[in-house]
Design a protein around this ligand. Structure first.
Ligand code: PGA
Length: 261
């Protein structure tokens, strides 16, 4: 099954990094320089909340350098109210954020259930942003139990999201065992699993809508493996952790991705 879009989407998930504001500014500036040279790849930086305005605000770092998209790493399921320490989807939308990652495995590990993921994704969509919904098995077994795990997780994480809203959904497939690891999943397995995900989406939303939903791969992507994962893995883009904080490596990675037509 071929990629569904000619434009590739690469999200940089900074997680809880970097500690200093100066370093955040530096990485954004470098990333903008790189992004300005790409022709068929959209770059979305997902920093911690407090750095979002470095990209969205009028006085943003090096505005002249070119455009990058901006994404958050989480949002609360409710629009506003007494939820100390939380940030809501409409707040993010109102400050110019276009994407929000929902249900990353590191948040699921902290107790975020599929039900909460679905509610958060719905709020993100209703606010007018794109929800990047993370899914992925914990381990792979010979019996293929992980496929049932994936199917259940996909369906439950999309509970209550209507077919018409799927235009605002991106699925990020991140096998938990490949995140923060030494090696990414092989492109052949990425391809195989992306077909399975599309099948589950088609069964749920109909063939036409199902195959249109972009699928990203995430988990130990770097400048060495990015090209093959996109070209042979046939996914629509990547969710990149560590390498997105390393501008020289991220620049190479984006160049490689951009060269895949
Ligand atoms: P990694 O993280 O690229 O550092 O493995 C990916 C992610 O968790 O999104």
């Amino acid at each position: 099954m071929a990629r569904t879009k000619s434009i590739k989407l690469v999200l940089g998930n900074w997680k809880m990094n970097p500690v200093s504001l100066a370093e955040a500014k530096r990485i954004i500036k470098e990333t903008k320089k790189i992004a300005a040279k790409l022709s068929s790849t959209k770059v979305v930086v997902c920093p911690p909340f407090q750095y979002l305005s470095l990209i969205t605000a009028r006085a943003a770092v090096s505005k002249a350098l070119g455009k990058i998209g901006v994404g958050a790493q989480n949002a609360h399921a409710i629009d506003q109210g007494s939820f100390t320490g939380e940030v809501s989807a409409p707040m993010l939308k109102n400050m110019g954020v276009g994407y929000t990652i929902i249900g990353h495995s590191e948040r699921r590990k902290m107790g975020e259930t599929d039900e909460v993921v679905a509610k958060k994704a719905k709020t993100v969509i209703e606010s007018g942003m794109t929800a990047v919904i993370c899914i992925g098995e914990n381990v792979r077994d010979e019996q293929g139990t992980y496929l049932d795990e994936l199917r259940t997780q996909i369906k439950a994480s999309l509970q209550g999201i209507a077919r018409k809203d799927m235009k605002q959904v991106v699925m990020a497939y991140e096998p938990v065992w490949a995140i923060g690891a030494k090696e990414a999943m092989t492109p052949a397995l990425v391809h195989e699993t992306s077909i399975f995900i599309k099948k589950v989406l088609s069964d749920t939303y109909g063939q036409e809508e199902g195959v249109k939903v972009p699928i990203l791969y995430g988990g130990s992507v770097n400048f060495r493996n990015a090209r093959d994962i996109i070209a042979q893995g046939q996914v629509d883009g990547l969710l990149v952790g560590r390498e997105s904080l390393n501008p020289p490596g991220f620049a190479e990675l984006l160049k490689e991705v951009d060269s895949v037509k």
